[in-house]
Design a protein around this ligand. Structure first.
Ligand code: ADP
Length: 318
């Protein structure tokens, strides 16, 4: 049994929620989840072999994580997707599992698109031939609809995205996750356990309040044994598009992400400055990297993406 199967607040000697003893072992007495465990399906998830079969045709799976919302995680995921797909020989899929806040369709110019079904499963929505996206945002009749789902329903959707979507042969699958560490993270890790996750890229802003949550994210990755590709500091200084002068907006009071990365011994991938044109590109659904290719922020993105690719090369599997 892996660490992901046992909840953090489980009693000592918890047998694990999917074991035959779940809910009936002596350790379960008095546990608030006893009834849920006693009635939950036992044994390995029968869908896991189907997920593995689909995922075997995906070379690299990368999770994009953040401790907090609003730090630029979905923006980073989409720009990474655009940049990788600039090589027409590379096939890229983006899976948006931020079930309650799916912003990828908007950022990638796909708002209002719908998922189609074929004999081989659901089809992703394509930005271009080699860049497909899957998001719950495509299933809403109105983008302003709130999604109020409990864990099992969210997990069911994530499972469908992995099992029922005809992703085809992919070089990269980028998984945009919700902020923090929640059901969605545990599900994706559990479902991808057999086919393997290359690693996680963690996005943060420079302030200590954001870094505090990043440390939790790092601890989470270590507990569930997901390699950390590195941390990216976003909104790190402001470069005036006119005079090119730089000012600090979010002060790195404790040294920022670079120092934190050194302290906890994980790679620091680089910093991306604040640039209002990033927000504009995202709101209009175009690639910031293509639109503003001569900007310092674009250079920062591309340097970080090179670091990510070389980290995968070092792991010997790019
Ligand atoms: P998250 O996925 O972490 O919740 P988003 O990617 O949705 O965050 O970004 C939040 C907002 O910040 C968006 O409006 C986005 O366009 C903007 N943004 C992200 N990075 C930058 C940046 N470096 N400079 C300016 N705006 C940014």
């Amino acid at each position: 049994m892996s660490a992901t199967d046992i909840p953090e607040n489980a009693p000592e000697h918890c047998p694990g929620p999917t074991t035959e003893q779940a809910g009936t072992a002596s350790a379960c007495q008095g546990c608030p989840n006893q009834n849920v465990c006693a009635t939950a399906p036992k044994g390995p998830d029968p869908d896991l072999p189907f997920i593995k079969e689909r995922m075997d045709s995906v070379k690299h799976k990368i999770l994009i994580l953040s401790g907090k919302g609003g730090v630029g995680k979905s923006t980073f995921t989409s720009q990474l997707g655009f940049a990788l797909a600039n090589d027409e020989n590379i096939q890229v899929g983006i899976m948006d599992v931020d079930v309650c806040g799916p912003s990828i369709p908007k950022i990638m110019g796909l708002e209002g698109e719908q998922i189609h079904q074929s004999l081989s499963g659901w089809s992703a929505v394509y930005v271009q031939d080699n860049l497909g996206v899957m998001s719950i945002g495509f299933m809403l009749s109105n983008p302003d609809d709130a999604i109020i789902w409990r864990g099992p329903k969210k997990n069911g959707l994530i499972k469908q995205f992995l099992k029922d979507v005809d992703w085809g042969d992919l070089d990269f699958m980028l998984v945009d996750t919700p902020p923090g560490t929640s059901d969605e993270h545990l599900s994706i890790i559990q479902y991808l356990k057999e086919s393997g996750i290359d690693g996680a890229v963690i996005i943060t802003t420079p302030q200590e309040v954001a870094l505090q949550d990043v440390r939790k994210e790092i601890d989470f990755c270590r507990k569930v044994k997901i390699p950390i590709i590195g941390v990216v500091e976003n909104m790190s200084g402001f470069v005036c598009p006119k005079c090119k002068g730089e000012s600090v907006i979010f002060s790195p009071t404790t040294g920022g992400a670079k120092k934190m990365a050194e302290d906890v011994k994980i790679p620091f991938l680089g910093s991306i400055p604040l640039d209002p044109r990033i927000g504009k590109a995202c709101d209009t659904g175009v690639s910031f990297l293509d639109e503003y290719s001569d900007s310092p922020a674009c250079k920062a993105y591309l340097d970080i993406i090179t670091e990510i690719k070389s980290s995968l090369t070092t792991q010997g599997n790019f």
